[in-house]
Design a protein around this ligand. Structure first.
Ligand code: SAH
Ligand code: SF4
Length: 356
């Protein structure tokens, strides 16, 4: 069963329980981060036992967890009820600073249908969408982990496996639970959804009247090149993607973040930097340059750090806001686009996939 308040209320009503019992369970799950009804000690024992039998509070089982040597990045591999595997990553920023942030990068699908040519998840193909519970629980898992250290999840990015806008309804429902002050209660501005450019979904998202951030994976300044990297571009070309972004900006007054994965000799030249500057000039946006994380047997190489910083400098000279994403997590295969594949490879002792 679902674990939002409405579902818990109807569960309580079916059993002639007062509605406040549903609110108690809801509060226990999202605010007290309970993993089993046994932890809901404000409920009568009989009710806890009934809940234990009838309500599954957790859809995920962690099968592997690994941190990098600095302890700043932790990756968790989860097995879902049907045995499918997904991963999420927790990243800490800000050292001992009071403004220390803890960002969770979560997955929205098992695999991905969009087959971007440089992405490990894209190579797996799509298996299924994640449910609302499966997405929210990735966050709850890390929230519990952080709580043991007196810390909290401060930011959430839908940048793990899958295309969130091809699982639109469940993703938005998960955002509602994560931002609901009676549920997880994180500010909408601390959440960002990344899409490869599903235009109708960007338009719909713009009209939701939410302050949730939008990141769009651009990777190229023109249709010819972009179509070779992001096949979806043939269906929704750049001009349409940018129009949809303008609508998001006009409605939310928030800047769009454009992701641009740097591939040596493919999209990292002066020509592309200038093309990008022409394309985005005057737009309320920020460009995030992502060093490519190697994926075995792919015909790409990461751009060198010098080329990436030159590219950034050129964009900045043209008046654009551009930064370079750190390569955090790459040592433990926890960087974007690398999730799950390496674990499956390690387990089988063989080369990666395709796994569907
Ligand atoms: N499907 C969504 C969100 C998940 S991918 C999207 O494409 O936006 C999150 C980001 O990681 C995207 O910008 C994607 O292009 C990038 N990415 C994928 N594989 C990568 C790799 N091997 N190295 C660096 N970035 C990668
Ligand atoms: Fe899917 Fe995003 Fe990977 Fe493209 S980059 S295949 S949209 S997960």
């Amino acid at each position: 069963m679902g674990r939002d308040l409405a579902a818990l209320r109807s569960w309580a009503a079916d059993r002639n329980l007062p509605p406040f019992r549903a609110a108690q369970v809801h509060h226990g799950l999202y605010r007290r981060l309970a993993t089993s009804p046994g932890e809901l000690t404000d409920l009568p024992r009989a009710l806890r036992e009934q809940l234990d039998l009838e309500v599954r509070l957790s859809d995920l089982r962690v099968v592997h967890e690994v941190s990098d040597s600095s302890g700043q990045t932790t990756k968790a591999l989860f097995a879902l009820q049907d045995g499918a595997l997904v991963e999420s990553v927790l990243m800490a920023y800000g050292g001992r600073d009071i403004r220390r942030r803890h960002t969770v990068c979560l997955s929205s699908q098992v695999g991905c249908a969009l087959a971007c040519t440089f992405c490990a998840t894209g190579r797996q193909g799509w298996a299924r969408d994640l449910t609302v519970g499966e997405m929210v629980e990735q966050i709850l898992y890390f929230a519990r982990l952080l709580r043991t250290r007196g810390e909290q999840v401060t930011n959430i990015v839908y940048m793990g496996m899958g295309e969130p806008f091809l699982n639109y309804d469940a993703v938005l429902e998960s955002v509602r639970l994560l931002t609901d002050p009676d549920a997880f209660g994180l500010g909408a501005r601390h959440i960002t959804i990344s899409t490869s450019g599903v235009v109708p979904a960007i338009q719909r998202f713009a009209r939701e009247n939410l302050q949730v951030g939008l990141a769009v994976s651009l990777h190229a300044p023109d249709d010819a090149l972009r179509s070779t990297l992001v096949p979806l571009n043939r269906r929704y070309p750049l001009a349409e993607v940018l129009d949809a972004c303008e609508e998001y900006i006009a409605r939310t007054h928030r800047r769009v973040s454009f992701e641009y994965t740097m591939l040596e000799g493919v999209n990292d030249g002066v020509e592309q930097a200038e093309g990008l500057a022409r394309l985005l000039r005057g737009m309320l946006c920020h460009i995030n340059l992502i060093p490519w994380n190697r994926v075995d047997d792919m015909p790409y190489h990461p751009s060198s750090p010098l080329v990436i910083s030159d590219f950034r400098d050129r964009l900045v000279e043209y008046g654009l806001a551009a930064t370079i994403r750190d390569t955090r997590g790459s040592g433990i295969s926890a960087a974007c686009g690398q999730l799950r594949t390496s674990t499956i490879r390690d387990r089988k002792g063989a080369r990666p996939l395709p796994v569907v």
